[in-house]
Design a protein. Structure first.
Lengths: 115, 112
């Protein structure tokens, strides 16, 4: 068990550019979540996958955001035409069906800075 | 989603017990009480969870009030590595809701 892995750890981009983050969940976990966290706040839910199906999306996930999990393993989160307000820590978590009350295991996050 | 209320910050001395309170007066019968913590520059980490009975694990204990409207996370002997933000979260175990709804948490400082 190598834990949830997120890449890159840090991303600096200019406003208007597209960025993509990757999350590799714990191997036997079929559920995968994306959260966003700004300074001094708790994480905010963005979206959730069970296997390859995206089952829930937050209203925070505007049209510029898209997430995929094509083979039910790793997931990508893409932000198009980034804005300064997108600057945040993007957290990925995974859990397994039938696991103890949906305990979620988090990666270290990708910190995005939009200049 | 049911909400929780926690103090913004608390302070403790090393090797002393710490009691972190959480109020959840609107808790429903199917809500589990989860605690996570987040160390500086890291992702959140699961600590403990419970439904009605008090729970113990290697990290902490969870004391749940009889009416379930409040709970307390107990760190028996705080260490410097326990300095973190502690989040109390209600997770609805009914239906297909799988997301966690986070508040602001309690920032715990541990003094040497």
């Amino acid at each position: 068990d190598t834990g949830v892995s997120q890449n890159p750890r840090h991303k600096i981009t200019k406003r208007g550019q597209n960025v993509t983050f990757r999350c590799d969940p714990i191997s036997e976990h079929n559920r995968l979540y994306w959260y966003r966290q700004t300074l001094g706040q708790g994480p905010e839910f963005l979206t959730y996958f069970q296997n390859e199906a995206q089952l829930e999306k937050s209203r925070l996930l505007s049209d510029r955001f898209s997430a995929e999990r094509p083979k039910g393993s790793f997931s990508t989160l893409e932000i198009q035409r980034t804005e300064q307000g997108d600057s945040a820590m993007y957290l990925c978590a995974s859990s397994r069906t039938g696991g103890s009350k949906n305990i979620q295991y988090f990666g270290a996050g990708t910190r995005l800075s939009v200049l | 989603d049911a909400k929780t209320t926690q103090p913004n910050s608390m302070e403790s001395n090393e090797e002393e017990p710490v009691h972190l309170p959480c109020n959840h007066s609107t808790i429903s019968g199917t809500d589990y009480i989860h605690w996570y913590r987040q160390l500086p520059s890291q992702g959140p980490e699961y600590v403990i969870h419970g439904l009605t009975s008090n729970v113990n694990n290697r990290m902490a204990s969870l004391a749940i009030a009889e009416d379930r409207k409040s709970s307390t996370l107990i760190l028996h002997r705080a260490t410097l590595r326990d300095a973190a933000v502690y989040y109390c979260i209600l997770r609805d175990n009914a239906g297909n809701n799988r997301k966690l709804i986070w508040g602001l948490g309690t920032s715990l400082a541990v003094n040497p």
